[in-house]
Design a binder for this molecule. Structure first.
Ligand SMILES: NC(=O)c1ccc[n+]([C@@H]2O[C@H](COP(=O)([O-])OP(=O)(O)OC[C@H]3O[C@@H](n4cnc5c(N)ncnc54)[C@H](OP(=O)(O)O)[C@@H]3O)[C@@H](O)[C@H]2O)c1
Length: 246
C-alpha cells in the first residue's frame, strides 16, 4: 500500500510551478487530487492528465483566491466529487514588489487576500471535512521572517501572516489530530522566479548552495508532512532555501 493511498488532497494553484509538482508527488504517493487555478486552464488540464496517467483521480476547478465564495465552493465540490478531503495545501500565490511609498492600498489588499484570506477560507472549509489525520500545509516564503531587500512589504507581510494562521490552526485543530504546518521555500525555479531571471544572480549570492531549488524539492517536503510520518509535527515552520536565510 502506498503512503497516501485512500487520501484526497486539495491544492490551490496546481496548474503550474510548485503546486503542479506537489499535486504530482502526492498522486505518485497514492492520493487523489483536486487542484485550483485561475487563468491557466490548459496547464491545469495537463496536471490532471499527468495525475490520471499515474492511475489516480484528479479534477481541476477554476477558483480565484480573490473570491472567497469560489474558494469555499471549490473545496466543497472536491469533497463531493472525490469523497473526502484529507490534505489541504495552500499554495496559490503571486509575487509583487513595491516599497511603502509606492504600494497602493488595493495592491496590499490583493496580495493579502490571495495569500492570507483565501488560506483561511480554504482551511476552514477543508477542516470541516477532515477527520483524524488531516493535514493543512501552507506555502509561505523564506521572505516571511527575513526581508533582504526593499520592496517586499506586501509579499513579506502576507507570508508572515501565514505563520500566525498556521499556529492558530494547529491549536484549534490539534484536539482532532489534524496538523497545520508551513513550508518556506527560497529561490525555486518556476514562472514566478525563473533561475535565469533578472534578479537570479543576486539570490544565488545569498545561498549556501548557490543554485535555485526545483519545484520537486518543495513537493518532497510537503509529501513528508502530508504522510503518516508527519502526524506529531504541528504548528511548525520549515525553511527550504539552499541556506539563503542562515
Ligand atoms: N518560486 C519561488 O522562488 C518561491 C519562493 C518562495 C515562495 N514561493 C511561493 O510558492 C507558491 C507557488 O509559487 P510558484 O513559484 O509555483 O508560482 P507560479 O509558478 O507563478 O504558479 C502560481 C500558481 O498559483 C496560481 N494562482 C495565482 N494567482 C491565483 C489566484 N488569484 N487564485 C488562484 N490561483 C492563483 C496560478 O494559477 P494560474 O496558472 O491559473 O495563473 C499557479 O497555479 C506561492 O505561494 C509563492 O508565493 C515561491
Amino acid at each position: 500500500m502506498s503512503r497516501l493511498e485512500n487520501k484526497v488532497a486539495f491544492i490551490t494553484g496546481g496548474s503550474r510551478g510548485m503546486g503542479a509538482a506537489i499535486a504530482l508527488k502526492l498522486a505518485e504517493d497514492g492520493a487523489d487530487i483536486a487542484i485550483t487555478y485561475t487563468s491557466a486552464a490548459s496547464k491545469a488540464d495537463d496536471t490532471v492528465k499527468a495525475i490520471e496517467k499515474l492511475g489516480r483521480r484528479a479534477i481541476a476547478i477554476k477558483a480565484d483566491n480573490l473570491d472567497p465564495t469560489a474558494v469555499e465552493n471549490a473545496v466543497n465540490e472536491a469533497h463531493a466529487k472525490l469523497g473526502h478531503i484529507d490534505i489541504l495545501v495552500n499554495n496559490a500565490g503571486v509575487y509583487t514588489m513595491d516599497t511603502v511609498d509606492e504600494l497602493e492600498l488595493a495592491e496590499f489588499d490583493r496580495v493579502m487576500s490571495i495569500h492570507v484570506r483565501a488560506s483561511f477560507v480554504a482551511s476552514k472549509a477543508a477542516a470541516a471535512h477532515m477527520g483524524v489525520g488531516g493535514r493543512i500545509i501552507s506555502i509561505g516564503s523564506n521572505l516571511a521572517e527575513i526581508v533582504p531587500s526593499a520592496g517586499l512589504l506586501a509579499y513579506s507581510t502576507s507570508k508572515a501572516a501565514l505563520i500566525g494562521l498556521t499556529k492558530a490552526l494547529a491549536r484549534d485543530l490539534g484536539p482532532r489530530e489534524i496538523t497545520a504546518n508551513i513550508v518556506h521555500p527560497g529561490s525555486t525555479d518556476t514562472d514566478m522566479n525563473p533561475a535565469n531571471g533578472d534578479h537570479a544572480e543576486g539570490q544565488r549570492a545569498r545561498m549556501a548552495i548557490p543554485k535555485f531549488g526545483e519545484a520537486k524539492d518543495i513537493a518532497g517536503l510537503v509529501a513528508f508532512l502530508a504522510g503518516e510520518e508527519g502526524r506529531f509535527i504541528t504548528g511548525s515552520s520549515f525553511v527550504i532555501d539552499g541556506g539563503a536565510n542562515i
